[in-house]
Design a protein around this ligand. Structure first.
Ligand SMILES: [Zn+2]
Length: 773
């Protein structure tokens, strides 16, 4: 790397932080980082769906009042709060997580466009944060709350209990507080971005004070106590300390980053073992980003091994066609996705974090396949996740046939995916171009203007991609010496062509790039053409469950308007030869195809991301003619049974999962959240009990409980609203897989409190559901 220190100082993104830090960290980072993203301030988005997303997002950022996001922070410090708290998750114990994302998102916008209105709002928020922190006097700066003796109190109490070594967690909470360290990390990360991306001088003293408060707690604890804290979701707290080290050069923060390493999850990854099944997905990804950052700062190769292994494992064995992962926020068994096509797939935060991790990996080794993945997610998940007309966000992106998107509201949602969404749509300009000392990489074909005076490049990128495959690059200013342009040729683009001022150039991709090294001249015009053929892609682990893609676009069957229920059977595909040949292009509509539905009528495939208000199916089950004759009845029966179960279901509760447990008022005398057989559940030992609330009909209702078939000869008493329902005592032989047992509930109200008391052996419960008879 031979970049000048001055220019380095301005580089946005992870590596910029190292550059502001100590010489040692800088040297290591330089050795490891081979390419860097061109800072967004050198890139201007031209009209495109990405520019629309960024504009809608900016309007949303401006609509939010930082004083409302800080409501609990003022109160925690004993200061009058000038404005009321927002609703949704902001009022549910984790106030601060949205503030943190908002700080980061505003900083991204400022780093991109220099937006003065946003900068003024960010500056006011930081000034108030400094005032609040000063009122605490010990570095504390938080808005979380917790319940104590039936009352909601300031969540600082949790941190002070932990400082004294009083650490309790049922797997998700910390001393009864809902993910306080996760929330703490968001604020810390927001301040880091306000410093590094927005360049606001107020941020650094606040973030150092914050780092010192929680750091002081951790430093007073033994290693096993720290691991106990890390059992609860804690975001990328290790990354925040690594970045704080990079900013300040103080080795204290590096020591903390290394101590805040969650061994139970990161040790197997370092050993290159996939033990992700049953784990909460988005809890894990930021820990790995933290490792990637530590690798850049320390050169520790084991961290890079873990990060690369995790990325490959998730993208190849746990991800759907749109690049998202997880069902009900959890990883399942590798290559077992065909059975997990649900309404609750692909949490948006996971993709936000996977893209962050991808940028680190790419910086170490500029392999175009990493940007094939990045583009897949950005186009097919991120653009689907935000409505460009309102700027509102989707939490889960349904892969279920007939699934639809549910959007946040401006002031009553504030889910995690709203927070990460604010960031995702503030950074569309930050990964298009990357640079090394002598090469300019074009990784994303997003219409934009590049002006990079340090390297001497000025380029215009014009295209209607992804709707069309032609990309025009006009050289407006070129470096004086011979320079290399590297254009990503996506792996799907068979027969890509390239011409320079009408003269055809050979396309021989090296690591996925067409590399053109020459003396460039202003006025030269390059045209890259990426033919967008239709193709199918099997879901990991099942060759007969297919998604259709056209170029970079994932297609989906359009199953009607979202505001009408979908009661049909998901579309199937019967084709003798290659499934693509069963799809006929619809004339006049780009990327639209028609397929005969063997159950009658036609299925229309369209690009998935803009189907904001439609019911969709990304995956189609493929049958040959012969197999369809045998399988038709079973396919229809299976689909009908699933639709019937959905119709009868009043409420479902997945035990051992954080959000469902909160939603169902789960409580236990003592119990353990477990991940067994690829699912989450709760384990009670003999003598232990648990209870939770389920919605029901006042008329007779069935309680359906899911157990593991081999868990026999155990005894548990089940009650509803204090009345006995059944004594569960399954005897052998052991049944394969999961089993369900139905218990009739007598007539009651609109909700029931269900209690389990384990009497003999371990009782493991995975799912509880109420059904109409
Ligand atoms: Zn989320």
């Amino acid at each position: 790397m031979t970049l000048t220190p001055t220019r380095r100082h301005f580089l946005a993104g992870a590596s910029a932080l190292a550059l502001a830090g100590p010489a040692a960290a800088r040297t290591v980072a330089d050795r490891i980082t081979r390419v860097e993203p061109v800072a967004a301030r050198h890139v201007t988005l031209k009209p495109s769906p990405f520019a629309d997303a960024a504009a809608a997002n900016r309007r949303y950022l401006l609509s939010l009042d930082p004083e409302r996001l800080l409501h609990n922070f003022y109160r925690s410090a004993g200061l009058p709060a000038p404005a009321p708290i927002y609703g949704g998750w902001e009022a549910a114990g984790i106030a601060g997580h949205s503030l943190g994302h908002w700080l980061s998102a505003c900083s991204l916008v400022i780093a991109d466009t220099g937006d003065r209105e946003i900068a003024a709002k960010l500056d006011h928020a930081l000034a108030e944060m400094a005032r609040i922190q000063a009122a605490h006097g010990d570095g504390y700066l938080g808005g979380t709350t917790v319940e104590r003796d039936g009352k909601i109190v300031d969540g600082k109490i949790v941190f002070e209990e932990v400082r004294r070594g009083d650490i309790r967690t049922g797997g998700f909470d910390l001393n009864g507080g809902w993910v306080p360290v996760y929330t703490w990390h968001k604020v810390h990360a927001g301040l880091i971005d306000a410093h590094g991306l927005a360049g606001n001088a107020r941020a650094q003293p606040i973030l150092v004070g914050l780092a010192g408060y929680f750091g002081g707690i951790v430093e007073g604890l033994a290693d096993d106590q720290v691991q106990q804290i890390l059992r609860a979701e804690h975001g990328g707290i290790n990354e925040a300390y690594a970045d704080t080290f990079a900013i300040t050069g103080d080795p204290r923060w590096l020591r903390l980053a290394e101590r805040l390493r969650h061994k139970a999850v990161l040790d197997p990854l370092t050993e290159q073992q996939d033990k992700l099944a049953g784990l909460h997905a988005n809890t894990q990804i930021p820990k790995v980003i933290g490792l990637a950052r530590l690798h850049e700062l320390t050169g520790d190769a084991a961290h890079a091994t873990a990060a690369r292994f995790f990325h490959t494992t998730v993208t190849q064995h746990h991800s759907y066609a749109i690049g998202g992962n997880s069902d009900r926020e959890h990883f399942g068994q590798p290559d077992q996705l065909a059975n997990a096509l649900a309404e609750t797939t692909c949490e948006a935060c996971n993709s936000y974090n996977m893209l962050k991790l991808t940028r680190h990996l790419y910086g170490w080794q500029p392999d175009a396949s990493l940007f094939d993945y990045y583009e897949r997610v950005q186009l097919n998940h991120m653009l689907a996740h935000q409505r460009p007309d309102t700027g509102m966000f989707v939490y889960f992106m349904p892969m279920a046939a007939g699934g639809r998107r549910s959007y946040s509201t401006p002031e009553e949602s504030f889910w995690c995916c709203v927070g990460s969404g604010m960031e995702s749509h503030a950074k569309h300009a930050d990964s298009i171009y990357w640079q090394s000392a002598d090469t300019l990489y074009v990784n994303l074909y997003i219409p934009s203007q590049l002006d990079l005076p340090d390297l001497g490049w000025k380029l215009a990128l014009d295209t209607r991609y992804p709707m069309e495959g032609q990309i025009a690059l006009t050289v407006e200013k070129a470096p004086r010496r011979s320079s290399e342009l590297a254009l990503r040729i996506p792996a799907w683009a068979d027969g890509a062509t390239l011409d320079l001022d009408g003269k055809s150039l050979p396309v021989v991709p090296v690591q996925g790039y067409a590399r053109l090294k020459r003396r460039w001249k202003a006025g030269e015009h390059l045209t890259l053409t990426l033919p967008m053929q239709l193709r199918t892609e099997a879901i990991p682990g099942d060759a007969s469950t297919l998604a259709f893609l056209s170029g970079p676009l994932v297609l989906a069957a359009d199953l009607g308007p979202a505001d009408r229920p979908f009661e049909g059977v998901g579309p199937a595909l019967v084709a003798a030869g290659a499934p693509v040949r069963a799809a006929r292009p619809i004339v006049g509509a780009q990327h639209h195809y028609s397929i005969a539905n063997p159950l009658g009528g036609e299925t229309t495939l369209k690009p998935f991301f803009p189907l904001y208000d439609r019911r969709t199916a990304v995956y189609l089950k493929h049958f040959t003619q012969e197999r369809w004759a045998d399988a038709r009845d079973a396919y229809v029966a299976d689909a009908t049974a699933r639709a019937e179960l959905a119709r009868r279901t009043i409420d479902i509760f997945y035990l051992g999962e954080m959000q469902p447990e909160r939603d169902h008022a789960f409580a236990s005398s003592k119990s353990e959240a477990v991940q067994l057989n690829g699912r989450s559940g709760r384990k009670l030992l003999a003598g232990q009990s648990m209870r939770f609330r389920l919605a029901r009909d006042p008329a007779a209702t069935i309680l359906r409980i899911t157990y593991w078939g081999a868990d026999i000869d155990r005894v548990a008493k089940i009650q509803a609203d204090g009345e006995p329902v059944a004594t569960e005592r399954r005897t052998g032989p052991a049944a394969p897989g999961f089993v369900t047992v139905d218990y009739p509930l007598p007539a009651g109200g609109t909700a029931a409190e269900i209690a389990f008391h384990a009497e003999k052996g371990e009782t493991l419960v995975y799912e509880a559901r109420t059904l109409r008879p």
